[in-house]
Design a protein around this ligand. Structure first.
Ligand code: C2E
Ligand code: MG
Ligand code: MG
Ligand code: MG
Length: 290
């Protein structure tokens, strides 16, 4: 037997596959309601650049009265298997635009990055997002899209067109989770992207004794990014030591619990104040010499 919120479904313990299938159907069913009933909301995680500017990444959250808190990794994956991801992404773009336009103090002069699923990275889908931005009288320059390597390389010919169109309109585009899925770096020259985000799995090992390989990999990624004139962000930075290493390697921007967790809209103002004082302190930390 297994508890899922207030519903209990009895199954043979070994039938994990069937259980997973049922879980997914329940998530899908509840997600359809969630979109309509305002159970979804956005949190914003600061991306702090070494030059002092702060931008954000928008991350979706779902607190379901039936299923409890469901992680985005779980429900985005389910949504991606159906057309639901379209509705979810439209919700995201609408809500982000609404938040941005109603909170100028927090968002003025700061970009917001929106994650885009692989199956939505086509011109007609992206045009729907572009239309939403325009309908709030916001500028493309205020936004950035995060896509994975897989998104670009799945159908590269179509993706090149989509990238070109978004770039022409003024949107920024960065590669999320860089370094985990493709050993070919071909797409770095195929696509006109603005930056890359080094995957958390490399960053997490940076300050560990057995993290020498990760250190070398990150060093190489940063120097490659510089040569290709790409902005390089590190995601999942949790410790001061990781921050110092990344700073010393020349990383442009840091994102992670070390600076800030993803924040609810109401808490952003305070979070920014704390961040600015934090950063002032950090800028006084001597650079490690090695
Ligand atoms: P992602 O885009 O790579 O986002 C980074 C994830 O790492 C986020 O998890 C964030 O909360 C978490 N994170 C940030 N800093 C740290 C840190 O220092 N340590 C650790 N351990 N984790 C950190 P989250 O919010 O659970 O999102 C997971 C994934 O779900 C995202 O990965 C993204 O692929 C997807 N996702 C989230 N929101 C959206 C959305 O609005 N649309 C789409 N299509 N996907 C989304
Ligand atoms: Mg992301
Ligand atoms: Mg990421
Ligand atoms: Mg990641």
């Amino acid at each position: 037997a297994r508890q899922t919120g207030n519903q209990t479904i009895r199954l043979y313990e070994h039938d994990e596959y069937v259980q997973r299938y049922i879980d997914e159907i329940m998530i899908e069913t509840e997600l359809v309601k969630a979109i309509k009933q305002d159970e979804l909301y956005m949190v914003y995680q600061p991306k702090v650049s070494m030059d002092g500017s702060i931008h954000f990444e928008a991350l979706i959250r779902w607190n379901s009265p039936v299923l409890g808190f469901v992680s985005p990794e779980t429900f985005i994956r389910v949504a991606e298997q159906s057309l639901l991801i379209e509705d979810v992404t439209q919700f995201v773009m609408n809500r982000v635009c609404q938040d941005v336009s109603t909170h100028p103090e927090q968002f003025e002069g700061r970009r917001v990055a929106v994650n885009v699923s692989p199956n939505l990275f086509h011109e007609h889908h992206m045009n729907e997002l572009v239309t939403i931005v325009a309908s709030y009288d916001l500028q493309p320059e205020q936004f950035e899209f995060e896509v994975t390597e897989h998104t670009l390389m799945h159908e590269p010919v179509a993706a090149i067109k989509t990238v070109e169109s978004l770039k022409q309109q003024g949107f920024r585009l960065v590669i999320d989770d860089f370094g985990v899925s493709y050993s070919s770096l071909n797409y770095l020259k195929l696509f006109e992207i603005d930056g890359i985000k080094i995957d958390r799995s490399f960053v997490a090992q940076l300050d560990q004794e057995n993290g020498l390989k990760e250190y070398e990999i990150v060093k190489l990624i940063v120097s490659l990014a510089k040569k290709l004139d790409l902005e390089v962000t590190a995601e999942g930075v949790e410790t001061e030591e990781q921050y110092r290493i990344l700073r010393q390697l020349g990383c442009d921007e840091i994102q992670g619990y070390f600076f800030s967790r993803p924040m609810a809209l109401e808490d952003l103002g305070e979070a920014l104040e704390i961040l600015y004082s934090h950063q002032t302190v950090l800028s006084k930390i001597e650079q490690p010499s090695h």
